[in-house]
Design a protein around this ligand. Sequence first.
Ligand SMILES: [Fe+2]
Ligand SMILES: [Fe+2]
Length: 439
Amino acid sequence: MEHNPLKFWQFTDTHLYARQGKPEHFSAAILDKCIDLFLAEPDCDILLISGDLTCNGHADEHRALLPRLRRIKEAGKRVYVISATHDYGLNFIEECPDDGSNPLGRPGGKMYQSDLRGLYDEFGFQGNLAEYQRNSYVTQLTPGIRLMALNDDGDGRAFCGFYEEHLRWAEEQIKQARADGQILFGMCHHPTLPPSPIYPMVSARDMLGNHKETSSRLADAGLRVMFTGHTHMHNIASKTTAAGNTYWDINTASLANFPGLFREIVIDGKKMTISTKVVPKIMHNGETVQAIMERELDSYLRDLIEGAAHDYALFLEKCGGISLDRDNALKLKLPIQAAGKFVDAVTLGGLGRLLCCKIPPSVRKRSFKELFLELVRNIYAGQEQYGPETDIYKAVMALTGRVNQLFGKKLPPALQPLPAFAATLIYSPESDYEVEIEL
Ligand SMILES: [Fe+2]
Ligand SMILES: [Fe+2]
């Protein structure tokens, strides 16, 4: 079937935070500015938003979001959304008791997952080709091109993914599109391929449930591309199944968190070209939102290290996040303070002396803490840039090589050998910003 080039945009994890009577959060300014850009963009009439539309799923937030989406519709453009676990009270996965109450007016702003169906019908939930319970749908975007939007809330707690019947429905939609000579691509919230090798290790339950098997089944049914969010990381990953089918997960950073990116996609014939756009510079309370977002990203790790070193009350406030309870943190105060002071002050050269390994002179004075925080930021930004020719790479290889010599056998198998694992974290030779895919 013939179709013209189709251009569209994808935002994800807009996390709109709003409370009645409180000043607007910067997430609102970002969303408004990006919607302005979208409305001004020529030949681009479709916007996808892949879940975590709001911050806490509070009724105030949906009240703030809906008119913004309607503004797009009134300008003659289209928005297709899926919801995710931040779009309703996390504890309210159960059906809303049918008491006829208006979800936007319930006391305390309480929203159930099942409320969303009524609220977002005009933004895709009422799919024009096929629907599956709990807000999954297939819609015809343009002659020849279909979107399959999959809600992957699972049980909303331990399992975020597709139950068997849902996955079979998705496989049927993919096969049906092939049979009809249509291009079909997917959108869900949780990542179906790891955005960084470390991600499934530290955050297994943040991956789509059964992601290895599910991505293979979708790929073997004929799906080539899935757009995802949730991780707040910018990444492009692919895999080829045992049957020889290649599948891409386009994971996009949160619009309202560091580094503030979104995607532009063009489908021309059988070719899909994906690129990246940057949230424009916006001022909020005298600061750029970019500066606020960057500070927010590393503030937790920074507070933990600097608190342990210099401000133990701050450390006590934050240590729950690394599963250390207050009583134990108080008992271990002296060794934790010593470790904190060490990590806060040590340089790469200092670590090299301690571990008896050679660090290139140009990076000996680099703060270990600042490098670590930068490497974390690079993963989020899809800019793991320290390749083998850089002195940072050489320093990391020397240090991890020595640690591997000393403790290699005691490390978890997935981290062995440690230098090779570390290399995947600091350097990603393929672009996370753009790719061309044969559909
Ligand atoms: Fe999420
Ligand atoms: Fe999110």
